[in-house]
Design a protein around this ligand. Structure first.
Ligand code: CP
Length: 325
């Protein structure tokens, strides 16, 4: 158990040791139990978290806001469009100034090529921990919640097979942050990670290389596949979700056209039957229902999507309690 994480940023799980992430899991489980038992756990009394959003959210905003309140503190929701950022406040100014008002700064900035750089620039100027609520590259709190959910449903992740698969969606060119964070963290926990995607839907090469290195170090495996059925075959965990073909084009219209070629990349009952009988279906939500996944699968007995959403609350409380106290 790591006991000194005070002041540490959470921008990517890659910056945290395995032992530190194990500590997050332990504390998250403890806080989940405390909440279930109605036991007060005000570890962050009088602490205030800035929650700066450049992009919409259902789960992230609510779970951070509820989480900091349950810890005895307060979450200040800040819609970036209501600030002076568009009139010139720089990342350095946000880091310096918010760092003097607040005890932590959480940011969601998903713009391609901008979000991760922005969050790092704020962190550089901030005296308090910066928490990445999702950028163009990483979504660390989603993936910590996913790890907790896998442990709860499958026990030790080591040796289990997860298919991190592209699925078609028509809504918008989604960030790479979820699949990238998944392949980075699950390889560190010794899982056999299959990245399954059409050729135009590659992830960032340096992230893919880090995932391969993680797998080698942890004793699991990492492979890239281009057939969704093969990816699902015999898997313990399937995580099919849409992402944009950012490495192929940044043009939204072109991306929509490319995506249409893969409209049969859906998670349906036939595909679920290729995975193990007790396989779990995961999705960070929101999902394009009956496009990415059928109602039958997402609402079916193998789906753990609401456990994942709930665990956002517990892992975020754990990281806040460990870093902001
Ligand atoms: N999964 C997730 O981050 O959900 P929101 O976009 O609703 O926050």
């Amino acid at each position: 158990m790591q006991t000194y994480l005070r002041g540490k940023d959470m921008i990517t799980t890659q910056d945290w040791t395995k032992s530190e992430i194990d500590s997050v899991m332990e504390v998250a489980m403890e806080l989940k139990r405390a909440r279930a038992m109605g036991k007060p756990h005000a570890h962050l009394r009088d602490k205030v978290l800035a929650m700066l959003f450049f992009f919409s959210s259902t789960r992230t905003r609510s779970s951070f806001e509820a989480g900091i309140a349950q810890l005895g503190g307060h979450g200040a929701f800040i819609d970036s469009t209501t600030t002076q950022i568009s009139h010139g406040d720089t990342a350095k100014e946000i880091g310096e100034i918010y760092g003097r008002y607040y005890d932590g700064i959480a940011i969601r900035q998903c713009d391609w090529g901008i979000g991760n750089k922005y969050i790092n620039a704020v962190a550089e100027a901030s005296r308090v921990p910066v928490l990445n609520m999702q950028c163009d590259v990483y979504h660390p709190f989603q993936i910590l919640a996913d790890l907790m959910t896998i442990i709860e449903h499958k026990g030790d992740p080591r040796g289990k097979t997860i298919a991190v698969s592209y699925a078609y969606a028509s809504s918008y060119q989604k960030p790479l942050s979820v699949p990238q964070s998944l392949i980075l963290l699950m390889t560190r926990y010794g899982m056999n990670v299959r990245l399954v995607r059409p050729p135009e839907f590659k992830l960032m090469p340096d992230i893919v290389q880090q995932a391969a290195d993680n797998a080698k170090q942890a004793g699991g495996s990492f492979e890239i596949m281009e057939d969704m059925d093969e990816g699902f075959a015999g898997a313990d965990v399937v995580y099919p979700k849409s992402w944009g073909c950012w490495m192929t084009t940044e043009d939204e219209a072109e991306s929509v056209e490319i995506g249409k070629k893969y409209s049969d990349w859906i998670c349906d009952e036939r595909r679920m039957s290729l995975a193990k009988d007790d396989a779990i279906y995961m999705h960070c939500l929101p999902a394009d229902r009956n496009i990415e996944v059928t109602d039958g699968v997402i609402d079916g007995p193998q789906s753990v999507v609401y456990d994942e959403a709930e665990n956002r609350l517990h892992v975020q409380k754990a990281v806040m309690a460990l870093t902001m106290s």
